[in-house]
Design a protein around this ligand. Structure first.
Ligand code: JCF
Length: 681
């Protein structure tokens, strides 16, 4: 054996200390200070050193224990069958290595293709492992993994999780069944939990796994009950039953039959090449899944073969986890820049040292607003944990305070707009700061024009974002109205613009003059007025003038228009600059057919307010609402003196009583269906 140089011994001790520190933060406190990828790297480095200098290994090495320590505040449960962990493969070569070892041990030929091993493949959920014991079909206890041989009794907590059966269902219920599985928090639940934590001014969780583990460790099970946790079963510990499935997949199917949630992507595939293909397929699906997965688990499917293979230390020889690219990585915050949006909203954007995370290279992350910066306690120069999961934009999940450099700088939020120097204002109770420059601000002009030209608005083909920026930067145009005055020569003078594209663009701008009231309204970019609201406004008012003059009260009469939108609409049309842009556009020839409200014979219910209550058996509520709106009625959710007609389905309650008290006409579902059939379109 090699002797250990002093430098290696020092490095080894440092690594051990650091890893033990990470372990404590991660397993005991549920508050990791570095991403898993960093932890994995350090652990691999440690294993490498231990592989080379065996004499160094001590009992306190993180490699000598898998998992965390059982907390004393919960009582302990000894696992009769140890809870195993999984060895990792980080690439195809390591996966092939795994298969070679399996075949070697089973005396299978590595060249004869007829001697294929069948593997059960499944996504590896990123949550917290649990063991659930059932006697004669009833849940006896639930335990965490702990260190694999002793865990914590979290029975009260697991009982609150809806996907954990309290009593097994189906046939052939085993006398004794210990189910192993993963408790996890779907991404949507995680986002909700963190949003609630932010509004309560509390600390957020870094990722769904920490949130799940933290939720399970609550001494008050009411807190656990309030968290949208789920449980998915993936294997079996103790087992006493007359029926014995022969494969892992068969066992999972039996578990499914007894009422456990089983991952729908489980497949049994022959040979490691098919497993690599499965990995590729799941990598492609990963972002679309509603929960985080951090890899694929492959298990020798035959339980008899699993038995023959056995396990080493804490991991089975018959299974391996092929890891995905990490969804969290550590990198440095180089700078924070401030972007100005269409409505003047100032968004801080983090410029990062590029880092590969969740399968892509990330060099920017949004910081949402000033509160987010304060909440994170972020400084320029900090090491940060970037999380990118699902289709969403990368987020800064946490600052690694331990790694803050001496020269880290506080982030100064601008008091003047970085583009037009107008003052930045933040309305009472609003998280967003805005540039007060309005259409004086170059950034707001650019965004307004991009929005105006976009497909669902005026649909000006060939007027892309880059061109808009160029036109505004070169002072060729100052507002959307200027688009209609553009001359081909002005465009050709711009770099990169050929004569042909200039002519095409002018033609597209010309074609956009013929539009609809709804599209035009949407194109104006009134705050909070999306496509649907624009359509509603057009249908209700029929033409532009009454919209520009509508009061908040009048607007509130309209279904789907709330007080905030109403205020934005009124403010927009009170602004003389906006009115003069609208006039200029109309003078330039932008036009649309007005909607003749008086002759809307197809809308016999115009001016009426209907309320639907109770269930419906022959028509869905959504469809009933659509039909009524098509007929011109407003569909309200509560009964008042203004209600014209109530439709009461089976089970109608207080709304029906109120309608009867107010002597409002009521029809039942059968009458309603006949009524609809009588309406001719
Ligand atoms: O989804 C998981 N996190 C997962 C973990 C799935 C499995 O089939 C596992 C596991 C840990 C150990 N199987 C073992 C044996």
């Amino acid at each position: 054996m090699e002797t250990t140089p002093d430098s290696v011994a020092i490095l080894y001790q440092q690594l051990k200390d650091e890893l033990n520190q990470h372990n404590h933060r991660y397993y005991v406190l549920d508050d990791p200070s570095v991403p898993d990828s960093e932890y994995d790297r350090q652990l691999r480095k440690l294993s490498e050193i231990e592989g080379r200098y065996e004499g160094l290994i001590t009992d306190d090495s993180p490699s000598q224990r898998v998992g965390g320590i059982a907390l004393e505040s919960f009582s302990q449960i000894k696992h009769a069958v140890p809870m195993l962990s999984l060895d990792n493969a980080f690439n195809d070569v390591e996966l092939q290595e795994f298969e070679r070892k399996v075949k070697d041990r089973l005396n299978y030929s590595t060249s004869d293709k007829s001697q294929q091993i069948e593997y059960a493949c499944e996504p590896k959920l990123d949550g917290a492992a649990v063991s659930l014991l059932y006697k004669k079909g009833s849940l006896v206890y639930g335990a965490t993994r702990g260190d694999g041989s002793v865990g914590e009794d979290i029975t009260a907590n697991v009982r609150t999780i809806k996907s954990v059966p309290l009593k097994l269902q189906g046939d052939n219920i085993p006398e004794l069944l210990e189910v192993r599985g993963e408790i996890y928090l779907p991404r949507a639940g995680f986002d909700r939990l963190n949003a609630a934590a932010i509004s309560a001014g509390e600390k957020t969780f870094v990722n769904p796994r920490n949130a799940a583990a933290g939720s399970l460790r609550q001494l008050d099970s009411k807190i656990t009950a309030s968290r949208p946790l789920e449980m998915c079963a993936y294997s079996v510990g103790q087992y006493k039953s007359d029926i014995k499935p022969e494969t892992h997949k068969g066992m999972l199917e039996a578990l499914g039959g007894w009422g456990f949630k089983i991952n729908p992507f489980v497949e049994a595939l022959a040979g490691i090449a098919a497993c690599e293909d499965y990995y590729q397929r799941m990598v492609e699906q990963r972002d679309q899944l509603p929960y985080d997965i951090d890899g694929i688990v492959y298990k020798v499917n035959s339980l008899k073969l699993q038995n023959r293979l056995g396990f080493v230390a804490k991991a089975p020889r018959w299974a391996i986890a092929r890891k995905f690219p990490a969804q969290e990585e550590m990198t440095r915050l180089l700078d924070v820049e401030f972007q100005v949006g269409r409505t003047g909203a100032i968004t801080p954007v983090a410029r990062l040292e590029p880092v590969f995370v969740g399968g892509v290279t990330v060099s920017n992350a949004t910081l949402h607003n000033r509160d987010e910066i304060d909440r994170l306690g972020l400084r320029i120069g900090d090491m940060v944990i970037i999380r990118r999961a699902g289709d969403v934009i990368p987020q800064i999940a946490k600052v690694v305070v331990e790694k803050r450099p001496l020269e880290a700088r506080l982030i100064e939020f601008p008091i003047r707009c970085p583009v037009c120097q107008s003052s930045v204002q933040r309305a009472e109770g609003e998280a967003v700061a805005r540039c007060s420059g309005g259409l004086f601000c170059g950034a707001q002009i650019k965004e307004a024009i991009k929005h105006f030209a976009s497909r669902k608005a005026m649909d000006i083909d060939g007027l892309g974002d880059k061109l808009v920026e160029l036109l505004v930067d070169k002072s060729v145009i100052f507002s959307v109205a200027d688009l209609y005055e553009l001359q081909p020569t002005q465009l050709v003078d711009l770099e990169r613009m050929a004569e042909k594209s200039a002519t095409n663009l002018i033609a597209a701008i010309d074609a956009s003059k013929e539009t609809t009231l709804a599209k035009f309204l949407y194109a104006l970019g009134v705050r909070e007025v999306g496509e649907a609201t624009a359509q509603t406004l057009a249908n209700n008012f029929g033409s532009m003038e009454p919209i520009t003059q509508a009061s908040v009260e009048v607007l509130l009469e309209i279904d789907d228009v709330g007080p905030i939108v109403a205020k934005h609409i009124v403010n927009f049309f009170r602004n003389p600059d906006n009115l003069s842009i609208i006039s200029a556009l109309r003078e330039a020839g932008v036009h649309w057919p007005d909607i003749d409200l008086s002759s809307q014979a197809s809308q016999p219910l115009r001016g009426q307010t209907w309320v639907i209550t109770g269930g419906m058996e022959t028509i869905s509520r959504a469809e009933a609402k659509d039909r009524l709106q098509d007929l011109g009625a407003k569909v309200a959710s509560s009964v008042s003196a203004k209600t014209t007609q109530v439709v009461a389905g089976p089970g109608a309650g207080s709304k029906l009583s109120k309608a009867l008290a107010l002597e409002i006409a009521v029809m039942d579902e059968a009458q309603f269906v006949v009524f609809l059939a009588d309406q001719t379109y």
